[in-house]
Design a protein around this ligand. Structure first.
Ligand code: IMP
Length: 433
């Protein structure tokens, strides 16, 4: 039996979808624990690419139980679109494959409207959100005025909550944000219908997971976004609104920390970021463009071009520490194929001082300049390599350097988007390949 948490160790988009898909093979249950459809997990099976935003990536494996834990926020409209897309592709043929916790908070139309309007009003001070209503729905959750899935399936409870909350939202939309108010009756009808259709997925995910663990199941916790977008530990305020770190897997599912065996942090061989906020190793030149082009660095959710930069070890070391990583899955190594030499940021220089700790505040981070170590590139195509021994010496040196600098073993190397473009070094479920 093993329980493994997967988290993004940088600013999201590290290639979690593919790794979750690979590890799902060993898992009995796969569970999402935070975030919503701001996530975009891209999976390539054979020649087919599937992008998932809310349903756990494990759904591509028939017979694996997928769960949406209490820490997630769910947009029913997006959920049903995604479910339909999956069913049309021949996946998710059995509704019993998915369970959604009744404590999941529902993304309502006013959450999306407020998210978009606030960003518009903020102008150049915007966060650069995905516009999916994530911040506003988590605000309501913490403010104890959220509408949960359990409410949607009880018409009277839902009606009463909506009646109470909507006037406040419309006041904000109209009077402060200058947007049109929303109409209660149409929201009620639309969401009551969603509630009816979602009823069949309802289940106590905490109980299912704890029972599964007790009976020897392997469980995979599928994180979304990344450590530096965490509401507490990220580059606040340029973060998402959930706990993206490993600790979030426990609160977001109701599984205790002592039940967790391994935490794998997904890290790209370089960095990217979408939205605003500091990115100390950012490249605004041809090399940055090359990384964007070779790595197809465009948002899976919004299509926005991602900002790109060299690997930042100060940031990654913070990811190792905060998540208690037991292993790193190093992804997109093949994107560096053409580089004659590769830079790694080992520390920052800030206000004349050498800094090797990720700064706690965003203003300081903005003033940080990277200190580089340069390692040789391999200048050949490694995308067909399936074992460490076949990697060029320089690529192995790069991996060794990441391990030494981070103090964390690299347990997997990804050299392309397909399942077979993967070098598994250690299987976190304890089953060696
Ligand atoms: P929100 O999560 O839509 O509120 O966006 C807040 C910040 O997190 C923005 O900078 C987004 O670009 C970023 N973000 C949210 N989800 C993801 C993701 O899945 N990958 C990368 N960045 C994300």
């Amino acid at each position: 039996m093993a329980t493994v948490i997967i988290v993004g160790s940088q600013w999201g988009d590290e290639g979690k979808g593919k790794i979750v898909d690979i590890y799902t093979e060993y898992a009995d249950e796969v569970v999402r624990f935070q975030g919503g459809n701001n996530a975009g997990h891209t999976l390539v099976v054979g020649n087919e690419t599937t992008v998932m935003h809310i349903i756990p990536s494990g759904i591509l494996h028939a017979g694996k139980r997928c769960l949406i834990g209490n820490g997630v926020v769910l947009d029913p409209q997006v959920f049903f679109q995604e479910a339909e897309m999956l069913k049309a592709k021949g996946y998710f043929q059995d509704d019993a494959q998915l369970v959604i916790d009744p404590a999941v908070n529902i993304i309502m139309p006013y959450h999306r409207a407020i998210d978009i309007a606030r960003e518009k009003k903020a102008g150049c001070r915007k966060i650069g959100t995905t516009g999916r209503g994530i911040g506003p729905v988590y605000e309501d959750k913490v403010g104890r005025r959220g509408i949960r899935l359990g409410d949607l399936v009880h018409g009277q409870v839902f009606a009463a909550k909506l009646r109470e909350v909507l006037p406040e939202k419309n006041f904000l939309l109209e009077k402060f944000l200058g947007e049109a108010p929303l109409e209660e009756a149409s929201i009620y009808d639309e969401y009551m219908a969603y509630g009816e259709s979602l009823r069949k997925y309802l289940g106590n995910t905490s109980r299912i997971l704890n029972d599964g663990i007790a009976s020897g199941h392997n469980v995979l916790f599928e994180g979304a976004q990344g450590t530096l977008l965490d509401i507490d530990h990220g580059t606040y305020p340029f973060v998402t609104s959930s706990s993206t770190v490993a600790g979030g897997a426990c609160t977001g599912t109701g599984v205790g920390p002592c039940r967790i065996d391994a935490v794998v942090g997904i890290a790209k061989a370089y960095v990217t970021r979408v939205g605003e906020g500091p990115l100390p190793t950012e490249l605004q030149d041809e090399t940055g463009e090359l990384l964007r082009r070779e790595g197809h660095e465009y948002g899976a959710t919004t299509g926005r071009p991602r900002r790109t930069g060299w690997l930042d070890m100060v940031a990654l070391k913070k990811g190792v520490e905060i998540n208690g990583l037991t292993g790193i899955a190093l992804t997109k190594l093949d994107v560096l194929n053409q580089m004659a030499s590769i830079r790694i940021c080992t520390a920052y220089r800030c206000d004349g001082q050498l800094v090797d700790e990720f700064p706690p505040d965003v203003d300081m981070l903005t003033r940080c300049e990277p200190v580089w170590e340069e390692v040789p590139g391999w200048r050949c195509d490694i995308s067909g390599t399936t074992c460490m021994e076949d990697l060029p010496r320089q690529a192995r040196f790069f991996i060794d350097t990441v391990e030494k600098m981070s103090g964390c073993p690299v347990v997997l190397v990804s050299v392309g988007p397909r399942r077979d473009q993967t070098i598994q070094i250690v299987n976190p479920f304890g089953l060696r390949d």
